[in-house]
Design a protein. Structure first.
Length: 328
């Protein structure tokens, strides 16, 4: 049974830029959200309720930690964040794999923490005759490519050996027939076990990821690279790698790191759900209050005495909204 939970994370920011030079992220309206767990209907619905409950803002930031999940709901999450915000920032602090990478394709900016990592856009499908076991959608496709390549190489090697060692006595036609029989005999036991309907199902799964990525505005070559350009589902795409393939990638600034640290330590009873996977489905809203430095408050006080209208921003902690989650 998966649990859904939210929490709060009080924080005071007094580091670089806590006064008038506060990070740009606070100078523009921004809503922070946190989500952790497998992407599916439960995570999407809980996150959707939080997003639609807030006024539309210029920027929306989502801290997402996920092993992957349903590409349909990953697409819905990305579209929702783009619909309710002029700019969508995806924060990657831990693993954000598979369907999580599909969400990243819909982000205007991908922001990494040091340990953050994306993964290939490799659709996972249930293996037949196995109990709750998933496999890569590319496994069978790659196996077919391997068998095809090995079959041709075997045919070529046998054919050329027959022609060269016979001194031209055996004709090209006969050598070709012999090589064909040998290659077919070696690999037909493997190809006979291939289920065409299974191949079609896997190809459709791959096509779903490709079309969703393109509809989110990503370049088709980028999406294709994420689907087929890596050797395994667990391959690590860190910030350095992501900078080579995504259009807008950067590291977290000190304030964003502070928000992550406090939310991570306090959400889900300290299980740090934003940097490592848990068995919970978590969605939370993080409300940000500007914390002004003592120097800024003194300057404001002097300005008030001179008839300068003070800032309406109030000092306060960084908090996430607290609400009760429902258990599935």
């Amino acid at each position: 049974m998966l649990n859904s939970t939210t929490g709060w994370a009080p924080t005071r920011y007094s580091g670089p830029g806590s006064g008038q030079n506060h990070p740009q992220i606070l100078r523009r309206s921004l809503n922070f959200y946190a989500a952790s767990g497998e992407i599916g209907s439960a995570l999407y619905e809980r996150l959707r309720r939080l997003v639609v409950a807030r006024p539309r803002s210029a920027r929306g930031g989502l801290f997402l930690c996920t092993p992957g999940g349903d590409p349909d709901y990953a697409y819905r999450i990305a579209r929702m964040m783009r619909s309710f915000h002029d700019e969508f920032l995806l924060y990657v602090a831990g693993g954000c794999k598979s369907a999580g990478t599909l969400v990243a394709l819909g982000a205007h900016q991908i922001v990494f923490e040091e340990q953050g990592e994306l993964g290939p856009l490799d659709v996972q499908v249930f293996s037949p005759d196995e109990f709750i076991r998933r496999s890569s959608g590319l496994s069978v496709i790659q196996a077919l490519e391997f068998v095809n390549r090995q079959t041709f190489e075997t045919f070529e090697e046998v054919f050329l050996n027959i022609r060269s060692r016979s001194g031209g006595i055996i004709t090209t036609k006969t050598a070709g027939e012999i090589a064909t029989k040998i290659a077919t005999g070696l690999y037909s036991p493997i190809t006979d076990k291939i289920d065409p309907s299974r191949i079609g199902e896997l190809q459709r799964s791959i096509d779903i990821a490709l079309h969703y990525g393109v509809r989110l505005g990503a370049d088709q070559r980028l999406v294709q690279h994420l689907i087929t350009g890596y050797p395994s589902h667990t391959f690590v795409i860190d910030c350095e790698e992501a900078e080579q393939i995504f259009p807008s990638v950067r590291m977290m600034d000190p304030f964003e790191t502070l928000v992550l640290t406090n939310a991570n330590d306090r959400l889900l009873d300290g299980h740090r759900p934003l940097t490592r996977y848990t068995d919970h489905i978590l969605a939370a809203y993080i409300a940000i209050d500007v914390v002004r430095s003592s120097k800024e408050r003194r300057n404001e006080s002097k300005g008030s005495k001179k008839g300068v209208r003070p800032s309406k921003k109030k000092a306060g902690p960084v908090r996430t909204s607290k609400s009760k989650g429902n258990k599935d």
